[in-house]
Design a binder for this molecule. Sequence first.
Ligand code: FNR
Length: 186
Amino acid sequence: MTKKVAVLIGSLRKESLTRKYAHAIAAVLPPELQCEFVELGDLPLYNQDLDDAGTPPAAWTAFRATLGSADAVLFVTPEYNRSIPGALKNGIDVGSRPWGKSIWDGRPSAVVSQSPGAIGGFGANHHVRQTMVALNSPVQPGPEMYIGGSAKFLADDGTVNNDQTRELLTTFGAAFAKWVEANAKR
Ligand code: FNR
């Protein structure tokens, strides 16, 4: 059965390498996974007062509804100062509230990090994992995906120009499809 995957990208930058990799992964996912790219840039910063008053911003409500209808979530993120970019953490926080209505609860996820540097965004990857485990999302344990030296493996048109990287992304995608099938709620 077809499953919907919400793809969250941790960079707001127009020429984002992360976005290019997110599209490269979407292109090699098995056909039973349908990707929907969900934008984080328009989400107001989380403020519990607005939920408590019953006046959440429309962008939060739409985000929660979109994520709530997804079978799984794929995080593709750069690393900011060895951690999660603020825009992505804000999206996770918005989705986690109001208390008791977290859209992450029980929803399978996987994390890909990328960096032009050598460590491949390891710190960001594990901070996303730590947060999602706390939110009771079954986070795909492996294969892990840290794309180091990421700028080298992208052609000018944004596609992956390296066979080994493409193979790794394909292997990751196949494992993610199995993870979603095994852990999705429906
Ligand atoms: C970075 N960058 C970075 N890279 C890294 O490997 N570890 C890090 O801790 C950081 N920290 C960091 C902080 C901030 C505020 C910025 C803007 C950048 C560099 C980062 O990996 C690089 O700019 C990527 O290209 C960002 O991803 P996008 O925007 O290309 O998707």
